[in-house]
Design a binder for this molecule. Structure first.
Ligand SMILES: Nc1ncnc2c1ncn2[C@@H]1O[C@H](COP(=O)(O)OP(=O)(O)O)[C@@H](O)[C@H]1O
Ligand SMILES: [Mg+2]
Length: 432
């Protein structure tokens, strides 16, 4: 009896292994087949020339297949069929959860139990990346991204200079360098935008306490940012349109003065001027200050002025040390003006309503398929990748910002003082 049980379960495990092996090996051939079915071939007389597998390599993140492609075809031809490759490689359910075999009940018939395990295997979520260097590299990334990752203070230890912990990707955990410029953050409600903004704020305060200034705007509730109100580095927490306008105009004035100083000193940008200060302007639920959304003549006018200031920050702020983080559920052209959109090199988006919304935000579909909170698409000029951003608890935030809390007795006097390293002249800006 025992022998029978062992041999049956061993057979079941073997079936599982061989299934997995077969499914892994098949992808290279499958890519060829998808390409053929999508018309990615060249006809020469009676002959049909298709892509040919040249080599394949296993990586920590998945498999890389390298193909020769027929003369006359380009990377763009393949990129256009990206969704077909993605769907084609994911139409099979795998991998099998081997752990499930440990829970087999040997007192009952094993066959239906094994059939159930095979049936229940979760749908794979492989991703595909293409690169061309004379050969077509098709990367099939199948490294699993956890459904949730919790923030840990050690993550900050791994960040250097202006980096913040961004999250787990197919390639492993990555940081984002805030020096890359402005960011657009999008995503439907309750998918993790505000949590991520709090993660950014907490990280930069921790990493660069002496070099950072923050202007925080949140008109929807405003409670999320109030915990930062008494932090030394936080200049304003605006929770209504009047406060938002006043805060943004202060930023704009400060920026104009800074620009004047730069022009006078012949500095081209903040690096050349040797100024270490960065001023983050973080706007949550930005649609609330969009003139196209807001109603009422007076309020509309205020919103228009807010938008004007935001556009200017987006347009000239980066080189002067200003970093805009513009967050909206669905940044359509109505909500987000062109100037802002065009100047945000980094786009991070959580789940969006549909493929159309995804194309508006990312210029490609995909964000509609993101499911869990914290799962996002991260797009920079270097490329696009999937990421699970860390979930930070309010208690963790409080612990980190605690040492930076001061008693603010009256409306803060904003004082920016910076000694330029190059040239030795002093940039001093006071605003009362
Ligand atoms: N990175 C994350 N990982 C897992 N769950 C998250 C994450 N961020 C947010 N959540 C969950 O989603 C909820 C809503 O998050 P929130 O940031 O307020 O969403 P949004 O601002 O997009 O409406 C949180 O209370 C939390 O339960
Ligand atoms: Mg929110």
């Amino acid at each position: 009896m025992i022998f029978e049980i062992l041999s049956t379960s061993a057979a079941a495990v073997l079936v599982g292994f061989s299934y997995l092996k077969r499914s892994e090996l098949d992808d290279g051939e499958k890519i060829k087949k998808i390409a053929l079915n999508c018309g990615l071939y060249v006809k020469e007389g009676k002959e049909i020339r298709t892509m040919q597998l040249y080599r394949k390599k296993k990586h920590e993140w998945g498999m890389e297949y390298v193909y020769r492609i027929p003369l006359g075809m380009s990377l763009t031809d393949f990129e256009k069929k990206m969704e077909h490759f993605r769907d084609g490689l994911n139409n099979r359910k795998n991998p099998i959860k081997f752990k499930s075999f440990l829970y087999l009940n040997f007192r009952e018939n094993l066959i239906p139990q094994i059939q159930k395990i095979l049936r229940d295997r979760y749908v794979s979520d492989k991703d595909v990346e293409l690169k061309y260097d004379g050969m077509l590299h098709v990367k099939v990334l199948d490294r699993h991204i956890p459904k949730k990752i919790n923030f840990h203070a050690n993550m900050l230890g791994e960040c250097i200079d202006w980096e913040i912990p961004l999250g787990e990707t197919r390639y492993g955990f990555i940081n984002h360098d805030m020096e890359r410029g402005h960011i657009t953050l999008a995503g439907a409600t309750r998918k993790g935008k505000t949590v991520f903004l709090k993660l950014i704020i907490t990280s930069v305060i921790h990493q660069q306490p002496d070099n950072i200034k923050l202007t925080l705007i949140d008109l929807k509730g405003g409670l999320a940012f109030t915990r930062f109100k008494n932090v030394k580095q936080v200049l304003e927490v605006a929770t209504n349109i009047d406060e938002a306008l006043s805060a943004l105009q202060k930023v704009k004035n400060e920026m104009d003065q800074m620009k004047g100083w730069f022009d006078k000193n012949g500095s081209e940008d903040i690096k050349e001027a040797g100024v270490d200060t960065r001023h983050f302007i973080i706007v949550d639920e930005a649609a609330q200050i969009s003139p196209n959304i807001i109603t009422g003549k007076e309020e509309k006018e205020k919103a228009r002025k807010c938008e004007e200031a935001l556009s200017e920050i987006a347009r000239i702020g980066a080189g002067l040390g200003y970093r805009l983080i513009y967050c909206s559920q669905y940044p359509t052209a109505d909500v987000m003006n062109k100037q802002i959109k065009q100047n945000c090199d980094t786009v991070i988006t959580y789940k969006l309503r549909d493929a159309v919304a995804s194309r508006v935000v990312l210029d490609e579909s995909g964000a509609e398929k993101l499911e869990v909170p914290g799962r996002a698409i991260y797009k920079t000029p270097d490329g696009v990748q999937l990421v699970q951003t860390p979930f930070i608890e309010n208690e963790q935030i409080e612990k980190i910002i605690d040492t930076h809390i001061i008693i603010k007795t009256r409306k803060e006097e904003i004082k920016i003082e910076k000694t330029a390293k190059s040239g030795g002249s002093t940039f001093k800006l006071e605003e009362v």
